[in-house]
Design a protein around this ligand. Structure first.
Ligand SMILES: *Cc1c(COP(=O)(O)O)cnc(C)c1O
Length: 412
């Protein structure tokens, strides 16, 4: 592999200038700050090396092409794939659409049944809903109270008409990890294709497409300290060779599966983001798990009526989702000063509907409404966690003091 483009030290060495005042950013499941080392690697591809990666008749194009191929290798390395199996897209939404619709169109003669789970991202559920309207049969498996499906559930749902199973690696709201390896191995045995949306898991927990029996895997750079608007779909090339119907036609880039001029700076940044995550994943997972547990314990020691959503241990290191009895999540969000968090996912918060993910875990409307997602990431510090503990405790006490329901419950 070519010489690494990463030149600066890990940014913890210098204090990160906090744009936007002293706000603590704890919404890393919605998006992450682009790592300064990623930005630095991207810059030359806006200024001197601006060639089109398909224009191989001159140096500008060749440089761009080399950079794209190096990034393809970096992305492939992160998930144990071959670079030729990586298709660059605009992000995980597009990757999911290409995987699901592309398989559905290509394998229709073999079958019309697809299996997924109730807590999948909208970028899986909505394309499948569309396929359902077009005549496919979609089984949506329920999850347990932690948000997991079991391999037995998948096994029981398989029919001779099943062409695809799509189960996410890690959930974006509650952080729950799915038994991806077991499901992948079942799918291999039963000769059914297996897709996993790994937008949240990639770069945070180890993933290996061979070991886990994954045929298609969706990635998004902006969830792993890369830029927005770039992602990839892993498409297995052997045992079996996965065939896809392209969803974007044009110049034939990305092996004809995704036409359009390559986003060279984005791809370069995505590659570096993957390499950094791969290098730092082991230590970072330990650090974030400690921060997460400190945040949880700090809040739960001071407040009663706080419950954890998702799995206690089989969860993303940086994700903490808590329900606060007798407090509305929206009120909590608005009252929290200097803390950027969300209730539910970035895409559903605007609707004020309780999260369908939390409802699938069996939460009643009230607890689902009183939930907050804390997403810790690379740039969060132990001091920030202490600040957030204090602020959450202050605000929840204040809101509960205003709520007669809470007073009645605490008198019982
Ligand atoms: C963020 C996210 C997506 C969408 O990714 P984009 O790159 O923003 O399109 C899909 N699935 C999951 C699980 C996500 O967290």
């Amino acid at each position: 592999m070519a010489k690494s483009r990463i030149t600066s030290p890990r940014p913890h060495a210098d204090p990160i200038p906090r744009i936007g005042g002293n706000e603590v950013y704890l919404d890393n499941n919605a998006t992450t700050r682009t790592d300064p080392r990623v930005v630095e690697a991207m810059l030359p591809y806006f200024t001197e090396r601006y060639g089109n990666a398909a224009s191989l008749t001159h140096r500008f194009g060749q440089e761009a092409d080399e950079a794209v191929e190096q990034a393809r290798q970096q992305v492939a390395n992160l998930i144990g794939a071959h670079p030729r199996e990586i298709i660059f897209t605009s992000g995980a939404t597009e990757s999911n659409n290409l995987a699901l619709k592309g398989v559905a169109a290509m394998y229709r003669p073999q079958g019309d049944h697809i299996i997924t789970a109730a807590t999948e991202h909208k970028a899986v559920l909505d394309p499948l809903r569309r396929l359902g309207r077009e005549g496919f049969h979609i089984t949506i498996l329920p999850v347990d109270a932690y948000g997991q499906v079991t391999v037995e559930q998948v096994a029981q749902a398989l029919t001779p008409r099943t062409i695809l199973v799509s189960i996410m690696a890690a959930n974006n709201e509650v952080g729950t990890l799915q038994p991806v390896r077991a499901i992948g191995r079942l799918c291999k045995e039963r000769r059914v294709l297996f897709h996993t949306d790994a937008a949240q898991a990639a770069g945070k927990i180890p993933l290996d497409v061979e070991d886990m029996g994954i045929d298609l895997l969706s990635l998004s750079a902006h969830k792993m300290y890369g830029p927005k608007g770039i992602g990839a779909l892993y498409v297995r090339r052997r045992d079996p060779r996965v065939r896809l119907e392209p969803q974007m036609d044009g110049g034939g880039q990305e092996r004809g599966l995704r036409s359009g001029t390559a986003n060279v700076p984005g791809i370069v940044g995505f590659g570096v983001a993957c390499e950094l995550c791969q290098q730092e994943m082991a230590n970072e997972a330990i650090r974030l798990t400690q921060l997460r547990e400190r945040l949880r314990c700090g809040i739960q020691e001071e407040l009663d009526g706080v419950t954890l959503n998702g799995h206690p241990t089989e969860r993303l290191p940086g994700n903490l989702n808590l329900s606060f009895a007798h407090v509305k999540g929206e009120a909590l969000l608005m009252a929290l000063r200097g803390v950027a968090v969300s209730s539910g996912s970035a895409c559903t918060t605007a609707s004020l509907e309780p999260s369908y993910v939390l409802k699938a875990l069996g939460l009643d409307d009230e607890l689902a409404h009183g939930s907050i997602r804390f997403g810790l990431g690379r740039f969060n510090t132990a001091e920030e966690v202490e600040t957030v503990v204090q602020e959450v405790v202050r605000v929840v006490r204040y809101l509960r003091a205003l709520n007669p329901l809470h007073e009645m419950a605490s008198l019982q």
